[in-house]
Design a protein around this ligand. Structure first.
Ligand code: FES
Length: 112
């Protein structure tokens, strides 16, 4: 677990250096008391809430497979690019946050 510096609403905040992320391995961070998962994959860097909408599982503890985080509790999959739930038992998306890459810095703007 890592903590990002606090940010005002609607601002990008530095979270981590890209080189500190391992390709296709989810990493969990806390930004302004909100837990998020960041995944660096072949399509870019993506950030979603660390919460499964089925029953609160921590997505950052699950596997990353084919653009999806797999909830470790009951196996629901969430597309990291959109936050969409793509398999049951989850039906609602988890939060998705905008990511900006500035040099080697990974910045995130939390969705409301
Ligand atoms: S809590 Fe995630 S699938 Fe049930």
């Amino acid at each position: 677990m890592n903590n990002a510096s606090r940010a005002s609403k609607n601002e990008f905040v530095f979270v981590v250096k890209s080189e500190q992320l391992t390709l296709n391995v989810p990493a969990t961070f806390e930004i302004d008391d909100r837990f998020v998962v960041i995944v660096k994959c072949e399509d870019g860097v993506f950030c979603v809430d660390d919460v499964c909408t089925h029953d609160g599982g921590t997505l950052g503890d699950g596997e990353y497979i084919d653009h999806c985080l797999v909830c470790p509790r009951h196996g629901a999959k969430f597309d990291v690019r959109t936050g969409d739930a793509v398999t049951m038992p989850a039906t609602e998306p988890t939060g998705s946050h905008e990511v900006k890459i500035d040099g080697d810095d990974v910045l995130v703007r939390l969705a409301s």
